[in-house]
Design a protein around this ligand. Sequence first.
Ligand code: TGC
Ligand code: FAD
Length: 388
Amino acid sequence: MTPVTGVDYYHLEENFSDEERAVRDTVRRFVADRFMPVVRDHHAAGTFPMDLVPEMASLGLLGPSIHGPGCQGLSYTIYGIICQELEKGDSGLRSFASVQGSLVMWPIATYGNEAQKARWLPELASGRAIGCFGLTEADHGSDPGGMETTATPDGDGWILNGAKMWITNANHADIAVVWARGPEGVLGFLVERGTPGFGAAPIHGKYSLCASDTGELSFDEVRLPDTARLPEARGLKAPLACLNQARYGIAWGAVGAASDCYESALRYALEREQFGHPIASFQLVQRKLVRMLTEITKAQALVHQLGRLKDRGVDEVPLVSLAKRNNVAMALDCARTARDVLGAAGITDEHPIGRHMTNLESVITYEGTHDIHTLIVGADITGLPAFR
Ligand code: TGC
Ligand code: FAD
């Protein structure tokens, strides 16, 4: 068996319950044994390993903290641990789970009626159905309030027109959670694959999150019954609240990506010799390793506490923003530093660092860019929104 390791310099995981520790070990082993052997090929081919989805589902990795039919309703801390371990493998793997759980199952569980929950939650939790989340448009990324996709009342239903851009899982999705401007504000819809006028197309040429499906969604006079509308989703607040769930998972996930970079750099530095000595024996290299470990440890402490707060029902937007902002920037910095420690070897796919580094360029942008999170926290502490 491949040895599986983790970074926990401050013994923070001593505070995990037995269940949390068991989940960590299970996901860690799944990633090491089932995902790592295939990730290089998928990254090179620009594909996501869809054949692993049933196994992910059977391990309970899809929407673990969701409450509803077919769902487990586990803690946010467990969800965070899962995200950390998945992203230690690849941000694309965590992205898949984030979208399915936080951005598709969560809005159905939160804004859906009983029929929608019964129809979709068991299918999504079991991986028999795949979902995507369409908020961003080509001209409206950081400012989704400007969205141009419209939902026009039509008899007892709705007509959707418009397009969404940069959508994870777009081409695999059986169901899309789509946000559109209605006569009185933003509305959410469940749009099934195959609905006339609804299309998905891949985005090619990415150098980041290659082992993840990213695409466009298009809506050309798509007629939907009112039963496709999420009845409890009213206004821009509805999609933005979904983002809190996913941003929380990303803050944990970034710790996983950073840990993998740090562990790779440490291993390499101990083996690689220059000037007759392991490069790990040089003071400047040690400083790089120590800085990575310090920043990872601080980021871990942040998400461990954030998880406990969320489990106690404290769900404040700026706290999640601070953690997403800090931890993703930390991970990107670790990836760049680790790449430097590996010298030329760091630019090949023989090591995971370059893959993490390019992935994290997406992660620092999606779910609110680094600077948007700066402004969310800035607005909270000053009372002065600086978005416009
Ligand atoms: P603003 O006026 O501030 O807010 C409108 C209403 O929404 C409320 N609100 C939130 N509620 C819950 N959670 C949040 N995070 C919320 N943020 C705002 C707010 O209180 C207000 O409520 P009410 O009752 O007064 O109506 O809206 P704004 O238009 O000024 O925008 C604010 C801003 C910039 C913070 C927001 O639009 C934003 O977060 N922009 C970033 C967009 C973003 O993150 N997009 C992500 C798309 S999905 C994605 O990237 C998936 S990646 C998936 C993967 O592969 O992992
Ligand atoms: P812009 O909003 O155009 O921002 C460009 C730059 O301007 C950034 O540096 C930003 O910080 C800065 N900026 C913008 N406004 C301000 C301001 N007020 N003050 C200071 N600086 C500002 N979206 C979905 O809906 N669903 C998905 O599944 C999804 N998956 C994605 C997957 C990938 C791989 C990627 C890359 C993106 C995905 N997105 C998804 C879209 C993502 O959420 C957006 O890319 C993100 O919100 C930023 O929008 P933008 O790219 O249009 O950048």
